[in-house]
Ligand binder design. Structure first.
Ligand code: FAD
Length: 524
């Protein structure tokens, strides 16, 4: 039978390693590659939406080059599909498996609807290294709650599957994509304005979206063999002025880059060379991704505190002013404000910078719920990803996975370890650029004369610190202990000296590494 197929792109915005797209093209006389813009879903801000539109335009261009086109349709999938099935005479619907419970519920509804219309449904795994269902089945249906446990489960499955070949013109022999001259008007990729975004809201276009940019970035990185082989995440710097990690996260999130392709390219680079190992290596980073996907797929209410069985129940404060100041980079702590400014303008920040601001918002200083931080990250990050965002916020807020809650990042000393002169702060907060190095992390300590010389009066041109870090973090430590006692969790193994709120977390790179004890917890 020759099918009339719809391939439904959601994530997986690529032609390479896209087995569901290949399935759509097999025994097919008519192919409609489809993307549905659902106005009711997602909180993505202007930068992330620009990334998505870039990716859709790139996908349309690649499909065009092999004789097809992308159809962009607006609406809610449950309403869009019956109409398209009828109009296009569809007999087969293909899409990539999604692991997120809210999306799975939607996909189940669409699959049921397709069955009612006599449409065959094919779903293929390609967003994760492994089929999360298989991993969960190996662990009695439960998510592995430690990285070590995940690794032992994966060891029994062997290496991830090799990527599927990219869709080419050969796959489309005898298959056409019916297009009208009005295609661009009827099904073209909209502009940011058409999505209701103000184009002046977007920041510099540092990371253009799309498969072409993703593969070019991957090629560029894989040429740096020594860097790839020596990659140790804790040694990368949150304050470097150009990224010290790959920034492949937005491409992985939208599936412009296949994680399996990334994995196997790393494998090729590693061949015959000494290289770093999980959890700190680049393979190790992809396994963290797998870890949080597996957890997100099976733990109820993973992105919430209430009803989430692994989440510590905490009496977070409701403080909209503090939350707003954090979002806007107006906390009065230059390191925190510089990071939030980079996030708002560029849409990507280093992992340890995420650690610093997430700890500051929650258990460190402001005692605001991690769910509020998660929502703001969801809006501002180019790579905002349901499972990874929730899993990492759970970790950083000390709500799950991470129990050494007495390790609190100092908003003053943490950045100094890799950037004593504060070049990162001077870049993102030009109002502080003329402060002497001595005061760049604590401008409120400078005398009035120094502030005047720097052209910035604290309290007038730049805010006073929103809380006093020492006092706030001590108070919060007590609240955290109380929350854990209520939950009757086993007490953490405290260090022999009194816990210091100024301690750095284990994964922080240090200028005096030899003086520090080796971390006992998993690097994250
Ligand atoms: P690299 O170090 O180059 O790593 C390569 C890839 O491995 C990343 O692209 C990512 O896919 C994966 N990876 C690396 N670290 C992690 C991690 N800790 N957890 C899961 N996967 C990881 N990452 C997201 O992709 N989306 C999010 O919404 C997100 N929210 C986060 C929220 C908080 C509070 C924190 C602390 C971290 C969050 N991360 C998130 C994880 C991590 O910070 C980013 O994946 C990483 O910084 C992306 O940069 P990169 O591509 O250069 O990473």
């Amino acid at each position: 039978m020759q099918h009339s197929s719809i391939h439904w792109f959601r994530k997986g915005l690529r032609l390479h390693d896209n087995p569901a797209l290949l399935a759509a093209a097999a025994d097919c006389c008519r192919l409609h590659p489809l993307f549905i813009l659902d106005p009711t879903s997602g909180q993505a801000g202007a930068n992330a939406q620009r990334f998505l539109l870039d990716a859709l335009r790139d996908l349309d261009g690649s499909l065009r080059a092999i004789g097809s086109r992308l159809f962009v349709v607006r609406g809610c999938p449950e309403e869009v599909f019956p109409r398209l099935f009828r109009a296009w005479g569809t007999t087969r619907l293909t899409f990539e498996v999604d692991t997120e419970p809210p999306t799975r519920r939607r996909d189940a509804a669409v699959a049921e609807l397709a069955a009612r219309h006599g449409v065959e449904v094919i779903q293929e795994v390609s967003h994760t290294l492994y089929d999360t269902e298989r991993v969960l089945a190996l662990n009695d249906g439960k998510a592995p709650l430690t990285y070590k446990r995940l690794l032992s489960l994966l060891a029994s499955l062997g290496p991830p599957e090799k990527p599927a070949p990219a869709l080419t013109q050969e796959h489309l022999q005898g298959c056409r994509t019916p297009c009208q001259v009005s295609h661009n008007t009827d099904y073209g990729v909209p502009t940011l304005e058409e999505l209701g975004q103000d184009p002046t809201e977007v920041g510099p276009h540092l990371y253009p979206g799309g498969e072409t940019a993703a593969l070019a970035r991957l090629d560029m990185l894989m040429e740096r063999t020594a860097w790839v082989c020596g990659f140790k995440k804790p040694e990368t710097e949150p304050t470097s002025l150009s990224p010290s990690t790959t920034v492949l996260s937005p491409y992985l999130k939208f599936g412009c880059l296949s994680v399996r392709t990334f994995w196997w390219r790393l494998h090729e680079v590693y061949q015959g060379r000494e290289h770093s190992q999980p959890p700190v290596s680049l393979h190790g980073q992809l396994l963290w991704r797998e870890f949080f996907y597996t957890a997100g797929a099976s733990i109820p209410n993973f992105d919430q505190m209430v009803g989430n069985p692994i989440c510590l129940q905490v009496d977070w404060d409701d403080n909209p002013q503090h939350l707003h100041a954090w979002r806007e980079g107006r906390t009065g702590y230059p390191f925190i404000d510089a990071i939030m400014t980079q996030l708002r303008t560029e849409g990507w920040i280093h992992h340890l910078a995420r650690h610093a601001v997430a700890c500051f918002l929650t258990r460190g200083d402001l005692w605001v719920s991690w769910e509020e931080g998660l929502k703001i990250f969801e809006e501002l990050l180019l790579d905002a990803d349901w499972s990874l965002n929730a899993g990492n916020w759970l970790w950083l807020s000390g709500s799950a996975f991470f129990h050494r809650y007495f390790h609190v990042y100092s908003p003053i000393t943490f950045g100094k370890k890799t950037d004593r002169d504060g070049a990162y702060i001077r870049k993102y907060l030009p109002v502080l650029k003329d402060f002497p190095t001595e005061y760049i992390y604590e401008p409120w300590k400078a005398s009035r004369a120094v502030q005047e010389r720097a052209g910035c009066l604290v309290g007038t041109h730049y805010p006073q610190p929103i809380v006093e870090h020492g006092a706030a973090s001590k108070r919060n430590l007590g609240r955290m202990k109380a929350a854990r006692a209520r939950k009757a969790l086993p007490p953490p193994r405290l260090p022999s000296s009194p816990p210091s709120t100024e301690q750095e977390p284990p994964s922080v790179p240090s200028v005096a590494k030899s003086q520090r004890k080796k971390p006992k917890i998993e690097q994250h």
